[in-house]
Structure formats: structure tokens, C-alpha cells
Design a protein around this ligand. Structure first.
Ligand code: GLN
Length: 451
């Protein structure tokens, strides 16, 4: 199986992979065979997986999609990688992503854009574009992703696969190269909700090495998959269907809601009044945390160092100016600005207050419904290059996903159809399912019943 995927990866022109080491993969596959032969195989033993290049790995390069870490090798494996290894999974390699997970189209990667396998003119989405494209194209049966503001859900939607971002704190961030620590969360990306549930069983759980890891009993995320949907209250937020949502995405979501109603779910209108404020709040908080997290890349401790410099300060400056791409530098500047004396209260503190109000809006909505449904993104995948020089256009496309991270809730994307225009007919539409804290099993159940 591993051999088969490796040869597909070799033939692919999608630019989904950054690092592949066939010898290492095949050695892992042999070890998995041995486990199976000795009767110690679990449900994931021997199954291949590939990791977003935000998770550090001993055996593969760990680049975060950045020139800064182009040849970086980690001395340890991320907890998620370690746990999937322990479950017997076989690593196919490392997957392309936006630099330090900053982006919505994978075009911010130092290693170039990932092509969408459904239509190679289209972006794969971001920042986990390599993960989504690899699964959709059959280059890997499953992948890991990370989601700070939509990076699992949006590429899953654009590539027609399934992905879930768990409740903040369920999956260890240890060894996940930090973007915005209070928002970052890893999760699985695969073809179906059932696959995601199995993967999440292995990935989730308390980790003493992550200070915000939650100490809760482990769950079996497959246990509720077959529960009937009769009486389930589906919250449809009116703010998710206003101006800005493309007609074709709106229509596909409506059809999917009707299909869930046929399965016994009951539609309830809810309101998330602060939906629009999620964009400015997120794009203050995430860069603020990023500017702090990225200060460790100074040319001395990790990765790239400029070849020529005058003195220590100049070495820092040159290394960072040459090592970081334009979007990363933009966010460091925004983040440093909103944290600086005199602006902290006006921007950062205000954004934190909005963050709290957004969480309250969800809490209110969940008194009226069990699962919230809506679009993942306002449109299907756009063309490569179309928004590449327009950061704000990219930020606006995150409108439906950001609030979920600000509140720390579980969110999921599942494929529900395609665009309807001549050039969008093969571009997938994803439906978002948002659950209350720790309701991963519930959203997986809804997606499984639909699928
Ligand atoms: N598009 C968002 C950003 O650029 C989200 C990225 C993510 O979830 N990692 O910050």
C-alpha cells in the first residue's frame, strides 16, 4: 500500500508534497507488517498518512512552508506524529502549506502554490492545501492539518474532502510550529467522517507537554456515528447567508440542509450577530500572537542565517528579511503594532473583548440548537493568482471559519456538492458543521449520517 501511494506521489504534478523519503516510509511499512503478523494490529496499523509541514518530524524536514526552515530538521516528533506512529500508521512524507500556516490559498508557501486536483487552475485552499489536495487526489488516504482560522476546513471544502478541527485543547500542540497559540489546533483530514473519527481517536488526548492541553477522559469518536438524527436541532445562522455568499454555494448548502431534514433533523434559525467582527478581531489577535511566536527565528537558534551581515543586530535583520515571505512580514508588523504601547488598548484589548462576545453568541445559539450548519467559505475555490496580491480579499474569504477558533469550538467541513457555473462545475462546495465544546462526536455523527 505504501509503495503504491509513493509511486502515485512521484507521478503527481500538484506540488502537494515538500519532503518524501521512500526508504523511511517503507521501513515503517515493514514494521507495521510485523505488528500485523504478531496479531498486535489496531484499526490504523499499516495505513499510510502524510503530515502537514507544520508538525515537526525527526525523519523528514520540517519547513513550515518557509525559506526560514527550508532545511530544518527537528530533534523530536510532534505529539500528534508520535501518536499516529504508535498506532502503526506509515508516514508518506510532509505536505505543502502556507508559510507558517498564514494564508487561505496555499499561495504563501515558499515552495509554491498547490494545485487543486479537481481543476488545476484553482487553488487548493489554505493553509493546509497540500493535505487537502493529497487526500483528494488519492496521494494519501489521510493527512494531518492545523486550523488557526479555518486551515483544515477551508482547504477540505475546496478539495471536496472531510476535515475536523477539534475543540481547542483536545489535540496536543506540542511540536506544531506555532502560529497563534490561543487559536492553533490540529486535526485529521480524510475522505469521510468515519475516517476522521478513527484518526481523531489516535490523535486526541491529554499531553503534559502542551500547557493548554485539556485533562479529560479519552473518547471513542466512532461510538456515536450511527446514531439517528431524528429530533436533532440544526441551527442555521442567518448571518451566514447574507450578502457576500455566492449563489452556488448557498444553493448547495440549502440542498444539504434539506437532506439532513429528511433524515429527521429539525431546522432552527439562530443568530450569530458578531459574525462580521470575527475578521477584524482575528486579524488583530492572530498577528499579535504570531509576532511574538516568530521572534524565535533570529538567525541564531533555528534555520536560515543571512550569509552576510555587519554585526549581531544586522544578522537578525538580514536573516529575518530574507528568511520570511511577504505575508509573514506583514503579520509581524501588524502584530507588533497592535501590541505596542499606546495601541494595545485600542486594538489588542478591543479584539479580545470582541472575542469574548463572539463566544457568548455561540453559547446563546447553542441554547436553541445542537449543531450549527452553514458554508465554510463564501465561494468555491478561486483561480491560482486571482487573489495572490490582495491580502484583504483573502482575509474576507475567512468570514465563516474564524469565529469558531476565536471561541475554541469544534468545526468540521464535509463535501456537499459542486459549483454550477461553467468554470465552477468541478469545484467542490463544503458544508460547515459547528458543535458546542467537546461535541466532536455529534458533528461527526451528523456528517456520517449525511455521507
Ligand atoms: N486564513 C487564515 C489566516 O491566514 C487561517 C489560517 C489557518 O487557519 N492557519 O490566518
Amino acid at each position: 500500500l505504501a509503495q503504491d501511494y509513493l509511486s502515485k506521489i512521484k507521478q503527481s504534478d500538484l506540488n502537494a508534497f515538500i519532503d518524501v523519503q521512500p526508504d523511511i516510509t517503507l521501513a515503517q511499512a515493514k514494521a507495521a507488517d510485523a505488528l500485523r503478523a504478531s496479531g498486535q494490529a489496531g484499526p490504523l496499523t499499516g495505513l499510510p498518512i502524510a503530515h502537514k509541514d507544520i508538525f515537526v518530524t525527526k525523519d523528514f524536514r520540517s519547513t513550515a512552508g518557509s525559506h526560514m526552515l527550508e532545511n530544518y530538521r527537528s530533534p523530536f516528533d510532534a505529539t500528534v506524529v508520535e501518536r499516529l506512529d504508535q498506532a502503526g500508521m506509515v508516514t508518506l512524507g510532509k505536505l505543502n502549506c502556507d508559510e507558517f500556516a498564514m494564508g487561505s490559498s496555499n499561495e504563501n508557501s515558499y515552495f509554491g502554490a498547490v494545485k487543486n486536483p479537481w481543476d488545476k487552475q484553482a487553488v487548493a485552499g489554505g493553509s493546509s492545501g497540500g493535505s487537502a489536495a493529497a487526500v483528494a487526489a488519492g496521494l494519501a488516504p489521510a493527512a494531518t492539518g492545523t486550523d488557526t482560522g479555518g486551515s483544515i476546513r477551508q482547504p477540505a471544502a475546496f478539495c471536496g474532502i472531510t476535515g475536523i478541527k477539534p475543540t481547542y485543547g483536545k489535540v496536543s500542540r506540542y511540536g506544531m510550529i506555532a502560529y497563534a497559540s490561543s487559536l492553533d489546533q490540529g486535526g485529521p483530514m480524510a475522505h469521510t467522517a468515519a475516517d476522521c473519527a478513527l484518526l481523531l481517536n489516535a490523535m486526541a488526548g491529554f499531553d503534559a507537554k502542551d500547557s493548554t492541553s485539556l485533562e479529560r477522559a479519552n473518547e471513542d469518536y466512532t461510538a456515536q456515528l450511527n446514531q439517528p438524527l431524528a429530533g436533532l436541532r440544526l441551527g442555521v445562522p442567518k448571518e451566514f447567508f447574507g450578502a457576500g455568499l455566492s449563489e452556488e454555494v448557498g444553493a448547495a448548502i440549502e440542498t444539504a440542509v434539506q437532506a439532513l431534514e429528511k433524515l429527521g433533523a429539525v431546522r432552527v434559525e439562530v443568530s450569530l450577530p458578531r459574525t462580521e467582527l470575527a475578521i477584524p478581531a482575528y486579524y488583530v489577535i492572530a498577528p499579535a500572537e504570531a509576532s511574538s511566536n516568530l521572534s524565535r527565528f533570529d538567525g541564531a537558534r533555528y534555520g536560515y542565517r543571512a550569509p552576510e551581515y555587519r554585526d549581531l543586530l544586522d544578522m537578525y535583520k538580514q536573516s529575518r528579511a530574507q528568511g520570511f515571505g511577504a505575508e509573514v512580514q506583514r503579520r509581524i508588523m501588524v502584530g507588533t503594532y497592535v501590541l505596542s504601547h499606546g495601541y494595545y488598548d485600542a486594538y489588542y484589548l478591543q479584539a479580545q473583548k470582541i472575542r469574548r462576545l463572539i463566544a457568548q453568541d455561540f453559547a446563546q445559539a447553542f441554547t436553541q440548537c445542537d449543531v450549527i450548519v452553514g458554508p465554510v467559505a463564501p465561494t468555491v475555490a478561486w483561480n491560482i493568482g486571482e487573489k495572490a496580491n490582495d491580502p484583504v480579499a483573502n482575509y474576507l474569504a475567512d468570514i465563516y471559519t474564524l469565529a469558531v477558533n476565536l471561541a475554541g469550538l469544534p468545526g468540521m467541513s464535509m463535501p456537499v456538492g459542486f459549483g454550477t457555473q461553467a468554470h465552477t462545475k468541478t469545484r467542490p462546495v463544503g458544508m460547515q458543521l459547528i458543535g458546542n465544546y467537546f461535541a466532536e462526536s455529534r458533528v461527526l455523527n451528523v456528517a456520517h449520517q449525511y455521507q
